[in-house]
Design a protein around this ligand. Sequence first.
Ligand SMILES: NC(=O)c1ccc[n+]([C@@H]2O[C@H](COP(=O)([O-])OP(=O)(O)OC[C@H]3O[C@@H](n4cnc5c(N)ncnc54)[C@H](OP(=O)(O)O)[C@@H]3O)[C@@H](O)[C@H]2O)c1
Length: 270
Amino acid sequence: MKIAIIGAGNMGGAMALGLAAGTQVRPEYITVSDPSADNLEAISRRQPAIVTTADNTACISGADIIILAVKPWLVQTVIDELRPAIDFSSQALASIAGGVGIDQLATMLTGKPATPATPLPCPIIRIVPNTAIALAESMTFVSSRASTPELDNSVVALFSELGQAMLVEERLMNAATALASCGIAYALRYVRAATEGGVELGFRADQAQRIVAQTLRGAAALLDADGSHAEAEIDKVTTPGGLTIRGLNAMEEAGFTASVIRGLRASMPK
Ligand SMILES: NC(=O)c1ccc[n+]([C@@H]2O[C@H](COP(=O)([O-])OP(=O)(O)OC[C@H]3O[C@@H](n4cnc5c(N)ncnc54)[C@H](OP(=O)(O)O)[C@@H]3O)[C@@H](O)[C@H]2O)c1
């Protein structure tokens, strides 16, 4: 499989380097384009086999999947530039641009207002990664239109090399963004709150943050290890009449669960 990535900024660069380090696509089958020579050099220094170019049209030649990794307001310009060079019979167009849905991508590509019923000239794939993609720990969502199960599976397999990836219906993409992209901030706000608590209990701030971060890693690892329900793991540390249940109940009295759910709802576009 050959991949073209348009835009070698934070996300495009992380994708190129992360995919090159994986097994799904060989580094020499990844081409990246960007107007900034510095950005391209930064990629070449770390993985010389990745092909880099300042020419977007040359970048997509021979690619199976074209991934747009430019800012949302540049997507139309880039699509207009690429359109004459896209081989609609063999190439799929994917985008990670924040907030740009498949209807919008289809409208930009076809030049006509698109709805889910609009016939598309090629598969369109929307990808929502989060900032942890730089450490190959992204939670990435994939949704598509005019695609095939094989193509969807290939994209999920690609992004599984950069963390975890999940195919979802497009109607869930805003919820996915709230949970996993805004979610990075929400998880880190918990880290800050717990760190402040740790300082009050007597730890230095750097110690407290390290303790909280490793405790979160441990909690996530426990969930991953046996796929168990969070509540089952909580039960293991809540001795009847013990200290943990007192702490949990005090947090709930202060509105912990309600606050988190309210925050997630507030993260959904109106
Ligand atoms: N950052 C996140 O957490 C995150 C998460 C999910 C999705 N996204 C989405 O990912 C996309 C990229 O975000 P980012 O943070 O990686 O932005 P970024 O660091 O600014 O990267 C965008 C890159 O595109 C380059 N570029 C500008 N015009 C171009 C053109 N016409 N052709 C090719 N490349 C061009 C830019 O070069 P110059 O710097 O020289 O202009 C820059 O290197 C955005 O749409 C964003 O919404 C971001």
